[in-house]
Design a protein. Structure first.
Length: 137
């Protein structure tokens, strides 16, 4: 519309709405008319939720996101690299705390001592199963 000039366009009154008491009712009626007539220029549908917009424009949004991903892939990788470098010490400290928290030794119900971190995997071993069966026999 801007390229062709505003003077080349005009507004046509489709329907009077004296029965509408408030703006919400007017938006509802306007939406019904837009969905009925499907105008080329007035694509802003009043009272449309974000979920409805996403559903109505699913293919275009998918294509846009794909293009955006391709265009910004290097920038995202660079930001991730910078973040990793910036927070390297913090990550090491958090990893160390996690290791200390999970590396102490515990006694399994089968009688074997193992690290807490490996307890779940140990319970799935044949050794664990055999020792439990031996205790119950």
């Amino acid at each position: 519309m801007n390229e062709l000039g505003v003077e080349n366009f005009f507004i046509v009154l489709i329907d009077e709405m004296p029965q509408c008491q408030n703006k919400e009712q007017l938006h509802k009626k306007e939406r019904e008319k837009i969905e009925e007539v499907k105008p080329a220029l007035n694509y802003a549908i009043p009272s449309r939720t974000n979920e409805e917009y996403q559903k109505d424009n699913e293919e275009q949004l998918k294509e846009y996101r794909k293009d955006y991903y391709i265009k910004n892939q290097e920038e995202k990788k660079q930001k991730a690299r910078e973040h990793r470098e910036k927070n390297l010490e913090r990550k090491r400290e958090m990893d160390k705390q996690y290791y200390l928290k999970t590396s102490y030794r515990v006694m399994c119900e089968c009688g074997t001592e193992c690290k807490k971190f490996h307890l779940s995997a140990h319970r799935k071993t044949q050794k664990h199963i055999d020792l439990l069966n031996k205790q119950h026999s």
